[in-house]
Design a protein around this ligand. Sequence first.
Ligand code: FEO
Ligand code: CA
Ligand code: CA
Length: 663
Amino acid sequence: MFDYEDDAFEIDSNQGTGDTFADVLSRRLNRRGLIKAAATVGAIGAGFAVTGPKLVSATPVAEAAGRVGLLGFAPISLDAGPDPVVAQGYRVLPFLRWGDPLTADAPDFDSTKQSAAAQARQVGYNCDWIGFLPLPAGSKSSDHGLLVVNHEYTNPELMFADYMAPNPAYAEAGGETEEPEYLVAPTQVHVDIELEAHGISVVEIRRGADNVWEVVRDSPYNRRITGTTVVELSGPAAGADLLRTAEDPDGLQVIGTLNNCAGGITPWGTIVSAEENFHQYFGMFDALDPGTPGYAIHERYGMPEGSSDRRWEEFYERFNVTKSPNEAFRFGWPVEVDPYDPSSTPRKLTALGRNRHEAHTSVVAPEGQVVIYSGDDQRFEYAYKFVTAGTYDPDDRTANAALLDDGTLYVARFDDDGTGEWLPLTFGEGPLTSENGWNSQADVLINTRGAADLLGATKMDRPEDFETNPVTGKVYLVLTNNNQRLLDDIDRANPRPQNLHGHVIEITEAGGDHASTTFAWDIFLLAGDPAQGSTWFAGFPTDAVSPFSAPDNITFDLDGNMWISTDGMPSNLPGNDGLFVVPTEGAERGHVQQFFSSVPGAEVSGPEFSPDNTALFVSIQHPGEGGSFAEPISNWPDGGDMPPRPTVVLIERDGNPITAPEA
Ligand code: FEO
Ligand code: CA
Ligand code: CA
């Protein structure tokens, strides 16, 4: 493993310093060196405001600081066992499983009798982001609400007994071959079930007097949005030429939402669901005529060559890029859904740009604009924020309905002096002009990545979650990892070559104003095992922290502590993916402690507290990934002969707040 304190590693001359990597990093990590920089853009202050259902507290910073760090549990150790582990004193219960029925007429889950019609009325596969929206709407109820859950993708090799077929070439060679023993053999039935297993679930849940949480089956709110639900395109790119297809000549309606990964809740109680790795659903790009309009944009977005892994293009022409060259432009957007109105039509928000979207938690700026931070999760991609043109009206919910259709999309440049700038992705500004081939804001939004390239934004180590701490107003950008960053590629915001473990950047917007165009930043955490070196935990003694890797999703509790779920830890540390908590302020700032460990093959995603923090919902996504239906590596949570089932778990402490100090 690379050791950043090894003086043998010299900064490449293009860094212009001649310093060793250790010199640069130690300066960058010296917080005193940043005080001056932070002061020049203004300190955070009372100016920030956050509102909406997710909203936890208007607790002043000073008052909250008294409890920060008093987490009331003893950390667990890395665990690679078959079952989830949570810190002593807490309970973890499987709460919402793939296939659980959501309507009175939905069948119970039966892995031998799956159908698209059943799946459309059952909880989808691979739970990811979770939102808790209180009932009644606008309240802070922690006993009753809607759980909104994204379903990122499917693992057909784990879902279906008959998805893998023996490879004749393997049998012929008697096993003496490099050929795989099994080949995928998708059928129309598989593909149609997979389409219904994608998307979003809205589920009414309620806690009884006995403190037991239940799903309200057959609630009028219960709803599935899937790969076949009609979704409107809205905002500046709606109707653009590149969004038109033979099936939708106006470019205004898409069939389905796919790869819904992270998400967020708006102040008016809608949710924004991020379409991430949309490219993987499209096949045959290598056969597309390079003269086709938008060809270069497909290239920039990494459209795969040949067949897609799922081979949906063999069943639906819209997934074949040669047959429907524009269909892929209709994915890779954030999707706004109103869970409180089951008859509402979801909308793809083109104003927020197109990429492999992540995050989308909202914050209200001092002047009332709504600000949404988002990541583009691929190595060397960018961090974004969107600032609405209009302002949030807390007294008129419908007045906010179109807020996310009009505003400014920015991309971040992190400068080596600890400051940074939000660069506007606005048609007609800077290089985004007709002379350079940009003819409208729609052009900029459909090719957000290409526009950000021209502005000189900073290429990051897989920007995933990007959220405001509601207690302090500071913003945190979570960078999962980047094993392809070379020593020549490092900069001070992405300071580790071969960044196997990922890191977290802390951003302070100028004047505490989330709508500001300048900011100060610092490295908050460099993840990893401190015993192996090259880690940083905001200056906290490294011998006292829990090792962790691949930070992916974050949320904050009422005290402003950050909860971090991981995706990919087993590749680099000997434990299943887990959930970690770290205070962001006070004497315990940087003290990372492991709270929860998941199961083999799974990532942990979407941690979400109920408003009073007595319930913590967490997604165990793709348990058993790496195995197959016939040869499982996990059968959690049902055990026996059941396939593993992606499941939202509920973590509780007998109705007491999760983070309260022990009595
Ligand atoms: Fe779906 Fe970037 O995680
Ligand atoms: Ca994720
Ligand atoms: Ca992931």
